[in-house]
Design a protein around this ligand. Structure first.
Ligand SMILES: C[S@@+](CC[C@H](N)C(=O)[O-])C[C@H]1O[C@@H](n2cnc3c(N)ncnc32)[C@H](O)[C@@H]1O
Length: 265
């Protein structure tokens, strides 16, 4: 991972500073007292590319593209729509329902994982993997502590289990059919920059393409289905053996599936 330091907001209380030191030990980045330095000055002095910023009740990463912080983003509206009886393209593609077990291999900012968690409920399970330790820490912390939303969204957030790991390594440790579905939302081969809320994640995110080996492993681990989101018209669907689902005619994203011949429910 690229070089980073850990610091706090200006004039932190003792608990915030202790927490920052604890995180720096956990992630291996140097803890630096903020004093009155600007982020640019700190980056220059310590030769750091990114800053993990510890605030009183949340975390952020100061990157070249802005600050990455946790927020439910699209999950809020999508769950509101689901509660109002509308569908959701992702959860329809996954074919999940209460009690399903989902392995989300690309946590990112966690919006998809929150919606999955809302659908599978308390009797189900969502394990979400993120290879970048800073993204994983910010989003894990946010899912645990974010408090400005309605109870059913907060409960869905709290239930997501975040693991900081490369999905290929994790999949290899999983037993056959141990999750109902496995989901991938990799960084698109052709980024949709204009409308994307993902810009601050770009300098940190792992943008390697998925491999045939990862998809083979996912097919072994999924009991029913493997799903991938990509740019509409992406050659990744054909390269990796996904059938593109109909729908989202006017959308720039598409969902592809590899079915194992069963249906959930
Ligand atoms: C497009 S984002 C996912 C967005 C997410 N679905 C959401 O709703 O916010 C892709 C994320 O997957 C992560 N990633 C890429 N390759 C990975 C891998 N091999 N294992 C685990 N995470 C990976 C990236 O670092 C990035 O954070």
């Amino acid at each position: 991972m690229k070089n980073f330091i850990v610091t706090t907001t200006r004039k932190p209380d003792a608990a915030t500073e202790n927490f920052a030191e604890k995180i720096s030990l956990k992630l291996g980045g140097q803890f630096v007292r903020r004093e009155d330095f600007s982020f640019d000055a700190l980056k220059k002095i310590h030769g750091a590319e990114n800053i993990l910023l510890v605030k009183k009740n949340s975390l952020g990463v100061v990157t070249a593209e802005g600050e990455l912080f946790f927020h439910p983003n699209t999950a809020h509206l999508r769950i509101k729509n689901l509660r109002g009886g509308d569908g959701d393209r992702l959860t329809d593609a996954l074919k999940i329902s209460a009690g399903s077990k989902v392995l989300d291999c690309t946590l990112g900012l966690g919006s998809d994982a929150i919606v999955e968690s809302f659908i599978v409920g308390e009797s189900g399970k969502v394990v979400a993997l993120e290879v970048n330790p800073l993204i994983a820490e910010v989003v894990r912390n946010g899912l645990k502590n974010f408090s400005e939303d309605s109870p059913h969204i907060l409960q869905a957030m709290r239930r997501v289990e975040v693991v900081n790991v490369d999905c290929e390594n994790f999949l290899k440790t999983c037993a056959e059919n141990s999750f109902d579905v496995v989901y991938f939302d990799p960084m698109f081969r052709r980024p949709i920059k204009k409308s994307s809320g993902l810009n601050p994640i770009r300098p940190l995110a792992d943008a390697r393409p998925l491999t045939e080996e990862i998809i083979r492993e996912a097919c072994r681990v999924a009991k029913f289905r493997v799903v991938m989101k990509e740019h509409s018209g992406s050659a990744e669907f054909a390269r990796l053996g996904f059938k593109i689902l109909d729908g989202g005619k006017y959308s720039s994203v598409a969902f592809g599936v590899i079915d194992k011949g069963y249906r959930l429910l």
